[in-house]
Design a binder for this molecule. Sequence first.
Ligand code: FAD
Length: 399
Amino acid sequence: MSDAVVIIGAGQAGAQLAMSLRQGRFSGPIVLIGDEPHLPYQRPPLSKKFLSERKPPDTLFLRPENFWRDQGVTLILGTPVAEVDHARRRIDLIDGRQMDFATLVFATGTSARAIPVSGVGLAGVYSLRGIDDALRLRRGLDAAARIVIVGGGYIGLEVASVIRSEGRHVTIVEAQERILKRVTGPAVASFYDRLHRDRDVEFLLGAKLIAIEGDERVSAVRLSDDRRLPADLVIVATGARANDDLAAASGIRCNDGIVVDEFARTDIPGIYAIGDCSRFPSARYHCRVRLESVQNAIDQAKAAAASIVGLPQPYDPVPWFWSDQYDSKLQIAGLADGYDSDEAIGDAGSARFSIEYRKSGRLIAVDAVNDARAHMMSRRRIAEESAADSAAGGASFPG
Ligand code: FAD
């Protein structure tokens, strides 16, 4: 019988898990399998410096190839896992190879959310999840004059700031009445709205895309009020969905993400899920959450490694995230969902301020704009204020 830990997905979480297992003195075989052809790499620069600075892909790699060899981690790249048979403790790779496991970890991340409109397959329509997407987009941008971004979330806005910094014109089409609706409160959204408008980014808010038009190449986008915007490049940045299909097909419990407990364990013994693809219980926030952040990928991977080597520690973080646009840095601590009061610290009209979000008097999240100190302190304050709830641990939550 195999004693291997097999990790599906060679991204931020999968790579961290392999490293943490070795740091935790796990001496058995570790196999890290990725469907992309690249060594494990960091994604945040894809919508930021990597897009603007045109550096080679290996500048994003988390570790050089010889690191993985020295760690005794077998890398299988460019090869998706096609099937998981958890009863036989075996996986099938797309190339027909089979592999047995003692422990299996899903670290499959997310995919760009598809939009249900015609024309998404036309040349000139892009989404941005990986290195290859970014390289294609970079080439497309160099030849584009009329650029439309669909979606006013972080990735859309970050890409817009790169495009405007190069002097190109860009229009953002957002279905909600304001940008960043899903992810932050009105004050921070209005700061970023102003930041972009001051640099001549055009916003069409409350505007629903109904079709992308063109013959082989995109030539325009059409909106529900029948407006038609000429475009020779369209970036679809409408969010991401968890890559949980493989787990669901093998009978593992999923619900917009692979459902795990506070030790990253799925409902099948010896099978774990970590990072963007997992949904875990937060005693701190009284709900199950699925996070898309580097912090979560790294910290949940560390927690899973501890479980696998027999030193389980419940995972219940104060999540944090950042976004870089022009020369502004937004740092977010905690989760603001369901807040009932918010307060600006400093002048929300200035270049440096933070917004504190509370629920029933308790600090649950802080958005800090250009204020690293406020961000670091808020992570500690949120942790302290929610420590009592978190200590309850192990609670069960719907979903
Ligand atoms: P990923 O890093 O996505 O890795 C999952 C890997 O699994 C992928 O390579 C995927 O192709 C592979 N895979 C999927 N299915 C299979 C299969 N069947 N077989 C084999 N391999 C498979 N986070 C921040 O905190 N701050 C930021 O500023 C920020 N900016 C971002 C900008 C962009 C453009 C993107 C795309 C993401 C950004 N994120 C940011 C999010 C962050 O990168 C992710 O949260 C993090 O990468 C999650 O790590 P992961 O390992 O769970 O998933």
